[in-house]
Design a protein around this ligand. Structure first.
Ligand code: AMP
Length: 459
């Protein structure tokens, strides 16, 4: 029997808010963590974005804050959530507002890259829940605009990434300012020694919960592979997005991973040249640019987003139908993070890897670490000729094409039914062409469905 949110001990206003959100069953991390947190225990949670960890710590915390019924402290907060990136902080704050909608708690977030003056004003009267990036919080504390004396609950979210980004110094300053009597929660996707040390220093007899996304994520995602030369990748991407070379699944929102910022920009620029709207998201983009790119992706106005790993980590991007690994990551775990962007909250997803000759070693590592099995897909007919511009040039093919397969919502420059399009439109087979026997390489022909059947269960 599956556990319900009610059985986990959450109160009525929260259950109603969950009802409004349409959540019916707790995710594994929620099922494990919520009872401990309602008891007031400290917690060390090993879980990554996409597992439902935000609700796992937010729901019971809101319940406890509500129960204690204390006043909102002046220039302080009752619950402090520290997050490594602005996007993540924004998402957590939004979740807190959604989940606590009927509890009357005040939620604020403060992040770098915005006006400090505005933050000072909005925190003047204090808040119940504050979601912050560490640097901005310290700025306000230094300016005596905020203090930590009121904190009852501290959450360190994505702690491994906070350490990666060098926030350890900020944490060392912040944590000693907190009341000793408090509940502390630490979430991390991985468990290196540095996180163990952090947990030893900051947590008091913590309960430990872990969900193992590596296997479950890989299990829910159908993984495909193109062996393709580096200089052919752009053409292949274009043909896929235009529907000229069909791939499994309906392309709705496509998240493309590039290894470098520069590479991401280049892909976007070339897509724009053939009329496929796409945005890039990476470290050189300003906060408003990132927010716009995310909003346009979420609304499917611009359904192609080209991202680097750092920019995409921790961001909740719903409705991703396909993750395309334009370049393979050299760290296998990163591959798991990437493909975890599709197949969220129980949905299945599709991941497509473009592997060039010099990336074979990365592919091998990914296979070894994640147990991933790829179904290899064949390149388009006459592909090299298309890439080199022999035979029909890209422009010629493009002119014959209907509008891109991945179309912006509300956009769509040319109607599907134009006479010219009808006449010349290439046939679109429903099924992608898979590489025939003998061409697939070692074990790559196995269907993902077979793999799924042979895997153990969730946890
Ligand atoms: P998180 O891991 O917190 O980033 O959550 C990942 C996504 O799952 C978010 O879009 C949440 O809104 C969604 N989510 C969290 N808990 C549940 C649940 N119990 N049922 C359905 N969706 C959920």
């Amino acid at each position: 029997m599956t556990t319900t949110f009610e059985q986990l001990g959450l109160s009525q206003p929260i259950l109603q808010a969950l009802d409004l959100k349409g959540y019916t069953t707790p995710t594994p991390i929620q099922e494990q963590a919520i009872p401990y947190l309602l008891e007031g225990r400290d917690l060390l949670g090993i879980a990554q974005t996409g597992t439902g960890k935000t609700a796992a710590f937010m729901l019971p915390s809101i319940d406890r804050l509500r129960d204690a019924d204390r006043q909102t402290p002046f220039k302080s907060c009752r619950m402090l959530v520290l997050a490594p990136t602005r996007e993540l902080a924004g998402q957590i704050a939004q979740s807190a507002k959604d989940y606590g909608a009927l509890c009357g708690l005040k939620v604020q977030s403060i992040v770098g890259g915005t006006s400090v003056g505005k933050d000072r004003n909005k925190l003047h009267r204090g808040t119940d829940i504050l979601v912050a990036t560490p640097g901005r919080l310290l700025d306000l504390i230094d300016q005596k605009a905020f203090g930590l004396g009121g904190v009852e609950i501290l959450v360190l979210d994505e702690a491994d990434q906070m350490l990666d980004l060098g926030f350890i110094h900020a944490l060392r300053k912040i944590v000693p300012m907190l009341p000793k009597e408090r509940q502390t929660l630490l979430f991390s996707a991985t468990m290196p020694t540095s996180i163990r040390d952090l947990s030893k220093n900051y947590l008091n007899n913590p309960a430990q919960v872990a969900v193992t996304p590596a296997a479950t994520t890989a299990e829910r995602v159908d993984q495909y592979l193109f062996m393709v030369q580096q200089d052919e990748k752009q053409s292949l991407l274009e043909m896929i997005l235009q529907g000229r070379h069909p791939v499994p699944g309906k392309l709705e929102r496509v998240l493309v991973f590039s290894r470098t910022k520069h590479g991401a920009d280049r892909v976007v620029k070339k897509l724009a040249q053939i009329g496929i709207p796409a945005n890039a998201i990476h470290g050189n983009k300003s906060q408003p640019q990132r927010e716009r790119a995310l909003a346009e992706f979420k609304s499917a106005r611009v359904p192609v987003l080209v991202a680097t790993d750092v920019a995409a980590r921790g961001i909740d991007i719903p409705g991703v139908s396909h993750v395309i690994n334009y370049e393979l990551p050299n760290v296998p775990e990163q591959y798991v993070h990437r493909i975890g962007r599709t197949a969220r909250a129980g949905k299945d997803g599709i991941a497509i890897a473009f592997c060039a000759e010099d990336e074979r070693a990365h592919l091998k590592d990914i296979r070894k670490v994640t147990d991933a099995e790829f179904e290899r897909l064949a390149l388009p007919d006459n592909f090299r000729a298309v890439v080199e511009g022999v035979g029909p040039t890209k422009r010629e093919v493009q002119q014959k094409m209907a509008r891109p397969r991945v179309t912006p919502r509300g956009g769509g420059e040319r109607g599907e039914g134009g006479a010219a399009n009808k006449a010349k439109r290439p046939a679109r087979p429903g099924q992608p062409r898979r590489e025939g026997a003998g061409g697939g390489g070692q074990g790559e022909q196995r269907r993902p469905a077979d793999r799924r059947r042979s895997r153990p269960g969730q946890r």
